[in-house]
Write a protein that binds this ligand. Structure first.
Ligand code: ATP
Ligand code: MG
Length: 235
């Protein structure tokens, strides 16, 4: 059974103009997109700048309401959920952003950034400090770094913090919106390896957005044989 299903998804943005800002047309950012994804699979989405990749990611996350069509996660249609149900859904669905600098609050320490999700979802009852220590080690950073601020890290380290935040609540699906395109090539491969390792250990399902086809194929490497799957999708 599919964990995530997108049916005939459309998202149109109005274009306004003139003195009264009347609608003069539409931007067809998503036009009839459909796919289904099983647990543990990676779906690569590749396309040129402006073709609607981030719009798709935002519709999947429930940040945009679609103009038409449905996003169904574990048999729940996202647009029909109320705010409490959307909050619960966020436990299962997380996002890794393109720019690790902009996606982290510069005024918060790493510890505060990582604690936030546990507090929002009321999961801060047990020993939160040791959970956060485990979490930071899991993404290849050191617990000593928890007291530092985002500007004290390199781009790759910042993206590791973003990944730690995304996996903190142990979601099933992660939407990765160009997670390595802001990083240099040597760091890109380390981050991709980390994402692959986390997928294997946590059974994650990825939607992997990129404008670089080779990055997507790299991510679709077969878990079992370690070789590229012929069809680019790992089952
Ligand atoms: N909130 C918005 N309001 C109006 N138009 C928007 C909005 N968000 C996106 N668009 C338009 O929708 C189209 C798709 O944008 P989107 O950001 O999804 O592209 P993208 O594929 O992620 O591009 P990139 O690779 O540069 O990140 C663009 O033409 C953009 O101008
Ligand atoms: Mg984008």
């Amino acid at each position: 059974m599919a964990i995530l299903e997108v049916k005939n998804l459309k998202k149109y943005f109005p274009v306004t103009g003139g003195v009264f800002l009347r609608r003069t047309g539409w931007v067809y950012a998503l036009d009839d997109v459909s796919f289904a994804l099983n647990k543990g699979e990676t779906l690569g989405i590749v396309g040129e700048s402006g073709c609607g990749k981030t719009t798709l990611a935002r519709c999947l996350m429930g940040l945009y309401d679609p103009s038409d069509g449905q996003v169904i996660i574990k048999n729940q249609v996202i647009s029909s959920l109320n705010s409490q149900q959307r909050k619960e859904l966020a436990l299962n669905l997380q996002m890794i952003f393109q720019d690790p600098f902009e996606s982290l609050d510069p005024r918060q320490t790493v510890k505060q950034i990582l604690e936030e999700k546990y507090i929002i979802h009321g999961k801060n009852s047990g020993n939160l400090d040791s959970t956060i220590n485990q979490l930071i080690k899991r993404v290849g950073l050191l617990p000593d770094m928890l007291s530092q601020f985002p500007h004290e890290f390199s781009g790759g380290q910042r993206q590791r913090i973003g990944i730690a935040r995304a996996i903190s609540l142990e979601p099933e699906i992660i939407v990765c919106d160009e997670p390595v395109s802001a990083l240099d090539v040597s760091v890109q491969s380390k981050i991709l390896n980390l994402l692959l390792e986390l997928q294997q250990t946590m059974g994650l399902t990825y939607i992997f957005i990129s404008h670089d086809l080779s990055t997507c194929f790299r991510q679709n490497r077969c878990h079992v044989s370690g070789k590229d799957c012929g069809n680019g999708r790992c089952r």
